[in-house]
Design a protein around this ligand. Structure first.
Ligand code: ATP
Length: 221
């Protein structure tokens, strides 16, 4: 029997929140994933401002957030690297023999906003040779081809697949949208709440909020 796909979930996670957790959890169910590997970015290459928390702090918060979920695992390679984090080189690393190898079905999980920006990623067209892409709905962002940049829309039309069962039969190449519980939570909003002294409680795990308070993070915007 074919091995179930492995989900890959990259992000800045500054900080990790319940939107991220529900995306990963619902993707695992909706797409029949064996596990979801969380890959915090060390030095996110595409963000205009650097993250507020250090790479090690963001990794620590993800570790706290996923603790106890047996379907979740963490890949700290980007955090431990001194190079900027790019998705395609990360996927190439995972494709090496002894890690995931060439044949394992890999599914890159993204929110609709991250997907819409994909055509700006370093060597982005290579992505589809390395992994499938699953796109979660996110409040306020469309996944209609007509709303995407033309080059990405062309890939979307060509690679669109609405049958998650197909993911197991190929290592890479499909784009699969999936529905998730709409959660209008963003790390930006959490940083705003924290910096003005408002409570972000219940938008992120208590363990992560305790860590934020303990390390006095996000006190200023
Ligand atoms: P920021 O507000 O700092 O830009 P963020 O909340 O978007 O951060 P990221 O770490 O940049 O978080 O996102 C990682 C991934 O999670 C991206 O693919 C993003 O689209 C997705 N994502 C984040 N929040 C949500 C949400 N509430 N619903 C669906 N997807 C989400």
């Amino acid at each position: 029997m074919l091995e179930k796909p492995l989900g890959l979930f990259g992000g800045t996670f500054d900080p990790v929140h319940c939107g991220h957790l529900r995306l990963a959890e619902e993707a695992a169910d909706a797409l029949g994933l064996a596990r979801v590997r969380w890959i915090p970015a060390g030095r996110p290459a595409l963000r205009t401002l650097p993250p507020q928390a250090s790479a090690q702090q963001r990794l620590a918060m993800v570790q706290l957030a996923v603790a106890g979920n047996r379907r979740f695992e963490i890949d700290a390679a980007e955090v431990e690297s001194d190079q900027p984090s790019f998705t395609v080189p990360t996927l190439e690393r995972l494709r090496q023999p002894g890690i995931c190898g060439p044949d394992r079905s890999l599914v890159l999980l993204t929110g609709a906003d991250a997907f819409a920006g994909m055509a700006g990623w370093h060597r982005w067209q290579m992505l589809f040779d390395l992994a499938h892409v699953a796109v979660a709905c996110r409040p306020g962002y469309s996944i209609q081809a007509d709303d995407l940049p033309p080059e990405l829309a062309a890939q979307y039309r060509q690679r669109f697949c609405d049958d998650p069962a197909a993911l197991v039969g190929a290592p890479a190449g499909y784009i699969v949208p999936f529905a998730m519980t709409p959660l209008g939570i963003s790390a930006t909003r959490l940083r705003e709440l924290l910096s003005n002294g408002s409570s972000p409680r219940y938008l992120l795990p208590d363990s992560v909020l305790d860590y934020i308070h303990h390390h006095s993070l996000y006190q200023e915007l």
